[in-house]
Write a protein that binds this ligand. Structure first.
Ligand SMILES: Nc1ncnc2c1ncn2[C@@H]1O[C@H](COP(=O)(O)OP(=O)(O)O)[C@@H](O)[C@H]1O
Ligand SMILES: [Mg+2]
Length: 356
């Protein structure tokens, strides 16, 4: 299997909509995916993820722009002329065929001998953990096993690019976590270029080399999971990836990598943030703050939620603003009850700055 680079250039898809209007489902996407990378398209429902993926697969033709796989412009090629394979949310298995027939199906149309086909099916089955299931019908498998068959069927044709459209949405939470680890393991083992569509931020964080955050047909930000989480490029991204507090602040000084801001009536020095002046917004993750009975900004605890691995506090500041704090390891720290006084500390190193 030879991993290929994928490039999207000024990709646009416009659908006609009722009443003669149109939907700009994909509105000028520029993106390079390096060979062997796993890239996730993440965004709310309707932002254009599936349409972009379907254009890469060849199921939709671009209205404008270009799709390149390796050195080749595939924009106008039919799906079977491109070396891509897709795994869907609905597993789309053939119910009357056995597991082994389902997996080998795509090889029937390729120049692969019967013997090689059998060997490849067997190898892929053990790779995705389906040993011993050869003769079963899809109806005799659990949801997770069916999704493994769908994954194996895509992998067995050794595509240059593997495409996933919310493949785990039909599974329960525990199995979803297990399957996403397996998908990542298989993708890394085979070093295959993959594009994974999801609206689930934790799935994107767990799976990706790079996350592409989409909003209304456009890219909001491209970055590693860490960059996206810690240095979101916009309020939309910050809010979409996990919980966040937006605290109005004033930039009072800027020097080299240091920025001094005033928030909550106190000043904080933060580092490596966008160069802004005047009014801005401090982006603070709930886990970048903590409560104590010692020192800090006086707050009143309004409500608490015990999450087992963490305690979530909603607190009110002297100026009436509210923030959410997430204290991990709550069993080791002092706990505060609703309607008590406490003091808030903020870790400036874990804070970020955006335009107001
Ligand atoms: N075949 C189609 N005809 C008309 N509009 C479509 C079609 N497919 C998708 N759309 C519209 O394009 C937008 C993006 O859809 P989609 O790519 O499915 O989003 P996502 O996968 O991010 O939820 C939505 O507004 C959707 O209604
Ligand atoms: Mg979709």
């Amino acid at each position: 299997m030879c991993a290929q680079r994928v490039e999207l250039r000024q990709l646009v898809k416009i659908f006609p909509a009722p009443g003669g209007s149109e939907v700009r489902a994909v509105d000028g996407i520029d993106l390079v995916i390096e060979p062997g990378q796993m890239v996730t398209f993440l965004g709310p429902s309707g932002c254009g993820k599936t349409t972009t993926l379907r254009m890469v697969a060849g199921f939709e033709m671009p209205t404008a722009g270009e799709i390149r796989i390796g050195n080749e412009d595939v924009s106008t090629k039919a799906p079977n002329e491109r070396d891509t394979a897709m795994v869907f949310q609905s597993y789309a298995l053939f119910p009357h065929m056995t597991v082994e027939e389902n997996i080998g199906y795509g090889l029937r149309f390729r120049k692969v001998s019967r013997k090689e086909s059998q060997e490849r099916v067997e190898r892929i089955m053990s790779l995705v953990g389906l040993e011993g299931m050869q003769r079963r019908a899809p109806g005799q498998l659990s949801g997770g096993q069916q999704q493994r068959v769908a994954l194996a069927r895509a992998l067995v044709v050794e595509p240059q690019v593997l495409l996933f459209d919310e493949p785990l949405s039909n599974l329960d939470a525990k199995l979803r976590e297990q399957m996403r680890e397996e998908i990542r393991r298989v993708q890394q083992r085979l070093k295959i270029t993959a594009i994974y569509v999801t609206h689930d931020q934790s799935e994107a964080m767990a799976l990706s080399d790079k996350i592409v955050v989409m909003h209304q047909g456009k890219i909001e930000q491209v970055g590693s999971p860490q960059e996206i989480y810690q240095r979101p490029a916009s309020k939309f991204v910050a809010d979409f990836i996990g919980k966040v507090n937006f605290v109005p602040c004033q930039v009072v000084k800027r020097q080299d990598q240091e920025t001094v801001v005033e928030a909550f009536g106190q000043s904080f020095t933060i580092y490596n943030v966008p160069r802004l002046d005047g009014e801005a917004v401090l982006v603070v993750r709930p886990e970048a703050m903590s409560l104590s009975s010692g020192e800090g900004i006086p707050v009143r605890v309004e409500s608490t939620v015990y999450l087992g691995s963490a305690m979530e506090y909603r607190v009110v500041l002297p100026n009436g603003e509210r923030v959410t704090i997430n204290e991990s390891n709550p069993n080791l720290s002092k706990l505060f009850s609703p309607d008590t006084e406490a003091f808030l500390q903020l870790d400036p190193h874990a804070s970020h700055l955006l335009p107001a």
